[in-house]
Write a protein of this length. Sequence first.
Length: 278
Amino acid sequence: MTPPPRSWLFVPADSEKKIAKALASAADAVILDLEDSVAAARKKQAREIVAAALAETGIGPERWVRINPLDSGLIEDDLAVVAALPIAGVVLPKAESGADVARLAAMLGGALRIHAVATETAGSLFGLGSYSAAPRLAAMSWGAEDLSAALGASSKYDANGALSFTYRMARSLCLAGAAAAGVQPVDGVFADFRDADGLRAEAAAARREGFTGKLAIHPDQIASINAAFTPSDAEVAAAEAIVQLFAASPDAGTLALDGRMLDRPHLLQAERLLARRR
């Protein structure tokens, strides 16, 4: 089974040069963006560029397209182009609930999967527990930029420069909602692509909390994100030892290993880590 993407790289869908660079990068997934990064006057041209760039399946990153929101009046034209392309799926912006995912799934042809950006509106915060039965859902991510605009905030940061409580809450609820739905939780973007140390710290924190991937906005962020979400050899060896221990004693509820008492949650954590091996 293929591990979920560690790095999800956004690229404007109206730039052939940037798309080519993204598809040649080490990103696990590339998202061609028809939404925020494309001006209204260039939407039609962007769709044509997407159709040409993704007409054939190629090696390299998974290929995804971020369409426009459900009620934008643009989604039908987006889907007319992307639904027949050999891509992994579509990214749904400004999703407010699992019902939005179900609505999109009914509009999609083929077997395309859906990645929902699930915290971009005020109403979305109340729907993060509703994704469990959403069809075709593969991943959920969160974003603070659109949410802060929707809330009328002057900044998403507090006086100390840390993310304010509202956005930390949205992030945590997205993580819990994705876990409850059994899909990949993807951390949001780190906007300052020149701050490599800040990115590494944020990605490491996200992984500790349970996220298994992170959005990116620049190719220079890919290496740090991939490294943060790749289990180390030592972690893999420890997880394998736990799995083997429980396999040898399938009826045991608690077992000892290297002076530690382990139970079923430890086994589940080990199995999930091994599923992310590459």
